[in-house]
Design a protein around this ligand. Structure first.
Ligand code: ZN
Ligand code: ZN
Length: 551
C-alpha cells in the first residue's frame, strides 16, 4: 500500500515537473509573422563580382565593406542563362525565372508572332507621364511571370507599396513588376524623372518638385575629377587609352572630364555616364521613401533601385580604367550614405537590403591584346549581310535572314516556305558557314540544342535563355574574350564568367554575417526573399531558397 502511495506520489511529481519543464522549453507562439518594414533591392548595372575585392582596400568601412562583413555574401553567384543583358538580368532577379518562362530574352528581340523588332519594355498602348515621346511609352507587359514585388502585393491584398527607380526604363519597370504603385525612369533629353500612364495619370508633386530643381543639370556644372589624387589609382591603366570611348560631347577619355563644357541639352545624356548620376538616383530614392511613406505602414514595402550609370561608364572605359575605379570608390560612398539614411529612417535591422548586378562585363579587347591575352570584336551586322548574300546566291531568296542579335540568327521561315525553298538546307548552310568564322567556336539550330555537342554550363544556360516565339533559329558560340562590338569600349551578353559572375549580398533585418563559396544562382534571389517574407514565390520561379540567410 505504501509502495503504491509512493509510486503515485512519484508519478505525480514526475509529470508535474515534466510539464513545467515542457512549458519552459516550448517556444512562445508568435502572434504575428515578423517582417521587415522595407525591402530595398539594389542592382548595380554591370557590376562584376570581382569589383567587391578589386577596390576593397580603398572602400570605406560603411559601404560595400559593411555589406560584405556585416551581411551575408554569396561569393559564387552566377547568371544561369544567356544572353547576359540588362533586361534579362533584372527580370531574372525579380522573377526567379529565366527567359524560357519569363519571356524577356534580351533587351531587344525579334517577335516572331508580329514579325516586328521589340524592345523589352516598349508598350505602344500607353502614354508617357512627364514626357510626350517614345521614352514614356513603357510598361512591363512583355514580362510573362509575376515578380517578387508582385507577390508581396498579392500577399496582403495590395497593401504593400512597391516603387521601382532607375535611370534606365527597363531597370525600373521590370523589377517593380506588373502591379507596382510606380516606376520612375530618366528622360535623358531634359534630366527629369518620368513614368507612364500604366502607373498613374500625373506625376506626384514631390516628383515635379525634384524635377524642377534641375539636379542633373546642376551636377553637370562640375567637372569629373578623381576623388583621390590620380597617381593613387594603381588598380588601373594610365588614363588615356586609344581603346577608351570619350564621353558624348567631350574630345578625350581623360581626367578631368570637362562636363561643365557641355552646355547644350546633350549634358543630360552625358550625365548618365557620371558617378553623380548614382548619387542623383539615391537622392530620388530617398525622396520616394519620404514622400510615399515607405516603410512606415503596418506591412512591408519594397523599393527597387537600379544604378544604371555604372553600365554607361563601363561600356565606355572598361573594367581596367581609372574611370571605373573612381566610379566604384564614389559609389561606395553613396551606398554608405544610403545605409546610414535607412538606419536613421527605419531603424537598424528594420529593413532588408539585397545587392546584386544584372551582369558583369568583358575587359576591353584592346587592353587584353596589349597584354597578349586573346580577345577581339566582330560585327553582327557584317554577319547579317554576308549570310543574306550567301542565301540569295544559293537559294535565290532575298533577305532570308531577318536579324542577327543576341548571338542568334533569325530566319524568315514563312517566306522561305512560301517560296518553296528547302528550309533545312538553308539552316544547314547558315550553320556550317558560321562555323567558318575564326572567332566562332560552334553553331547549331536552337531547336536542336539538346543534340548539340556542347559542355555545361553553356547548354543549360542556352536552354534557360530560349523561348520559341522570341528567340532566334540558329545560335552561335564565340571564343572567350570576343564579342559583337566596336574596337573602343566593351560590353557583355555572353555565358563567360566575366559576364555571368555577379555579387550577391544580403544585409540588415534577420541577416547574420557570413559568406559561402557554394555555387548559387541569380534565380535564387526571389525564392529566398519569398522565404524571408513568408510569401509565395513568383509564378515562373525556378530558383532555390538560399538556406544560409533563411534560418
Ligand atoms: Zn545592364
Ligand atoms: Zn550594358
Amino acid at each position: 500500500m505504501r509502495k503504491i502511495a509512493f509510486l503515485l506520489f512519484f508519478t505525480e511529481c514526475f509529470f508535474s515537473t515534466h510539464s513545467i519543464a515542457q512549458a519552459k522549453l516550448k517556444p512562445a507562439i508568435p502572434a504575428e509573422i515578423n517582417r521587415p518594414k522595407l525591402v530595398v533591392g539594389i542592382v548595380i548595372d554591370q557590376m562584376r563580382w570581382d569589383y567587391l575585392y578589386r577596390y576593397y582596400n580603398r572602400y570605406s568601412s560603411n559601404g560595400f565593406k559593411k555589406l560584405i562583413t556585416q551581411g551575408y555574401s554569396f561569393e559564387n553567384t552566377f547568371i544561369p542563362m544567356v544572353p547576359t543583358y540588362t533586361a534579362v538580368g533584372h527580370s531574372c532577379i525579380y522573377t526567379g525565372a529565366t527567359p524560357s518562362t519569363n519571356g524577356i530574352v534580351g533587351n531587344n528581340w525579334y517577335e516572331k508572332t508580329t514579325k516586328k523588332s521589340m524592345y523589352c519594355t516598349d508598350d505602344s498602348t500607353v502614354q508617357g507621364v512627364g514626357n510626350n515621346d517614345n521614352a514614356g511609352k513603357m510598361s512591363p507587359k512583355n514580362l510573362w511571370s509575376t515578380t517578387i514585388t508582385d507577390e508581396l502585393r498579392l500577399s496582403n491584398n495590395f497593401e504593400s507599396k512597391v516603387i521601382g527607380i532607375a535611370l534606365k526604363d527597363r531597370g525600373a519597370i521590370l523589377p517593380a513588376g506588373h502591379s507596382a504603385n510606380a516606376a520612375y525612369w530618366y528622360d535623358d533629353k531634359n534630366g527629369k524623372w518620368i513614368t507612364s500612364n500604366y502607373y498613374m495619370l500625373q506625376l506626384p508633386e514631390w516628383v515635379n518638385a525634384f524635377n524642377q530643381k534641375d539636379n542633373a543639370g546642376n551636377y553637370m556644372k562640375q567637372d569629373w575629377n578623381t576623388f583621390y589624387p590620380i597617381n593613387t589609382y594603381t588598380q588601373s591603366t594610365a588614363d588615356n587609352q586609344d581603346y577608351e570611348l570619350a564621353l558624348p560631347g567631350l574630345q578625350t577619355p581623360t581626367f578631368p572630364q570637362k562636363l561643365s563644357g557641355i552646355t547644350t541639352s546633350l549634358k543630360y545624356s552625358t550625365f548618365k555616364y557620371t558617378p553623380a548620376a548614382a548619387t542623383f538616383t539615391f537622392d530620388f530614392a530617398k525622396k520616394a521613401i519620404e514622400n510615399e511613406k515607405m516603410g512606415s505602414g503596418k506591412v512591408t514595402d519594397f523599393l527597387t533601385v537600379s544604378i544604371s550609370s555604372t553600365d554607361y561608364m563601363g561600356h565606355s572605359f572598361g573594367p581596367n580604367s581609372i574611370e571605373a575605379e573612381d566610379t566604384y570608390l564614389r559609389l561606395d560612398k553613396d551606398i554608405a550614405d544610403f545605409i546610414n539614411y535607412l538606419d536613421g529612417k527605419m531603424g537598424k535591422n528594420n529593413y532588408l537590403i539585397f545587392l546584386s548586378a544584372d551582369h558583369g562585363a568583358a575587359h576591353v579587347p584592346g587592353f587584353l591584346k596589349s597584354h597578349n591575352i586573346n580577345a577581339g570584336v566582330f560585327s553582327d551586322n557584317i554577319i547579317f549581310q554576308q549570310l543574306n548574300k550567301m542565301i540569295e546566291d544559293n537559294f535565290s531568296t532575298k533577305n532570308a535572314v531577318l536579324s542577327v542579335q543576341n548571338y542568334q540568327i533569325y530566319i524568315d521561315q514563312v517566306k522561305l516556305k512560301n517560296e518553296g525553298k528547302d528550309l533545312n538546307a538553308v539552316k544547314k548552310m547558315i550553320t556550317e558557314s558560321l562555323k567558318n568564322y575564326p572567332f566562332i567556336i560552334n553553331a547549331f539550330e536552337t531547336e536542336k540544342l539538346n543534340s548539340a555537342t556542347l559542355g555545361e554550363p553553356i547548354k543549360t544556360m542556352l536552354a534557360n535563355g530560349f523561348t520559341p516565339t522570341r528567340s532566334g533559329d540558329i545560335q552561335f558560340i564565340v571564343k572567350p574574350g570576343y564579342f559583337d562590338g566596336g574596337i573602343k569600349g566593351t560590353t557583355h551578353g555572353l555565358w563567360n564568367p566575366y559576364d555571368a559572375h555577379i555579387p550577391l549580398l544580403f544585409y540588415g533585418w534577420n541577416i547574420k554575417p557570413g559568406k559561402t563559396n557554394r555555387e548559387t544562382y541569380m534565380t535564387d534571389i526571389s525564392p529566398t526573399l519569398a522565404a524571408l517574407l513568408h510569401i509565395q514565390m513568383p509564378s515562373g520561379s525556378v530558383g532555390k531558397v538560399l538556406g544560409e540567410v533563411v534560418k
